[in-house]
Design a protein. Sequence first.
Lengths: 181, 189
Amino acid sequence: MKKLLELYWVFCKMGAVCFGGGYAMLPIIQAEIVDKRGWATTEEIMDYYAIGQCTPGVIAVNTSTFIGNKRAGVPGAIAATAGFVTPSVIIIMIISSLLKSFAHITYVERAFTGIRICVAVLIVNATVKLWKSAVKDRIGLVICLAVFAFSAFTDISPVLFVVGSGIAGYVISRWKGADGK
Amino acid sequence: MTQLILLVLEFFKIGLFAIGGGLATLPFLYDLTVTHPDWVVRSQLLDMVAISESTPGALGVNMATYVGNVIAGPLGGVATTIGLVAPSVIIIVIVAKFLERFKDSPIVQNVFYGIRPASIGLIMAAAFVVIKEALMDIPLFSETGSFADLFRIKSIIFGIILYIAMVKFKKHPILYIAIAAIVGNIISF
C-alpha cells in the first residue's frame, strides 16, 4: 500500500509540472524515475516510449502505466496513471469553471513564450542523454537518422517507423549472426 | 447517470483509437461535435486546445477533462478522463506482461535492437518541431524572405543560456521551467 501511495504521489508531482505533452515528460522522467529513484533504466524508458507511440492512447499515460506496472503490477499501473492525471483534472476543473479565457491572460501568454523555449531545450538535453544508450553502432545511427528525417518531414505514422525498425533490427541481427547485440 | 456512462464509453472509444499522442485526439473531438452537437460545439474546441496546452499534463487528458466538464460538470470531467485512459492502461499492462515473459528471448532482443534507435529518431523529430516553433519565425520569413527574420535571435540566446545551465548545474527541470516563465514576462520574445 505504501508503495502504491508513493507511486501515486510521484506521478502526481510529475503530472503537475509536465508542460507540453508526452515528450516534455521525458526530461522529468529522467530526473525523477531514472536518476533519483532508479525505478527504471534509460533503455527501459526508451522501449516504453517506442511502444507508447504505437499503442493507442496518450504517450505520457502509456509511459506512466508501464513504469507503475513494472514497480507494482496492475495496481501500480493504475496508481501511477491516476497520479499523473490528477493535477490535470483538478486544474482544468478550476479553469473551466472560473476563468473562461485563461490562455489569453497576458501574464500566462508571456510566461508561455519563455516556457516553450525551455521545453524545447529540455527535450534537446534529454535527447543528448538518451543518444548514448540508444545509438551504439553505425546501423543504429542509420536507423535513427532515417526515422528522424522521415518523421520530421513527412506525415507517415510513427507506428510504421516502430514496426519497420523492429523488423529491420530482427533481420539485421540475424544476418550478422549476433543475436541480441 | 446515463449521460456519465455514455461519456465514459465515448472517451473509451477515443482512447482506443487515437494513436500517437494528445493531438491525435483532436479529430475525434471534432467528430464528437457532429455526433453529439448538444454536448460541445466546434468553436469551443479551439479554446480548449489553447487552455490544454497552457496547463500542465498530457494534452489528450486535459482536453478530455475539459470537454467532460463542459458537458456534465466535475463528474463529467472525471468520467471522460477515466474513459480516455482506460484502454491505455489495459493494453499497456497486457504488452508489459508479454514483454516481461519474452524479454530475454533473442527475437525480442533483436527487434529492440532496431526499435531503440528508431525511438530516439522519433523523439528527435518531436524535438525538431518544438524547436522550429520556439526558435524560428517561419511565417515572418516567408513574408520577407530575409534569413535575418528566420531565427528568433533573443529566443536562441536564451535557449543556449538555459542549455548551458542545465548541463552545468543539473537541477530539476521544473526549476528551469519556472525561470523561463518569469523571463518570458520580463523579456518579450
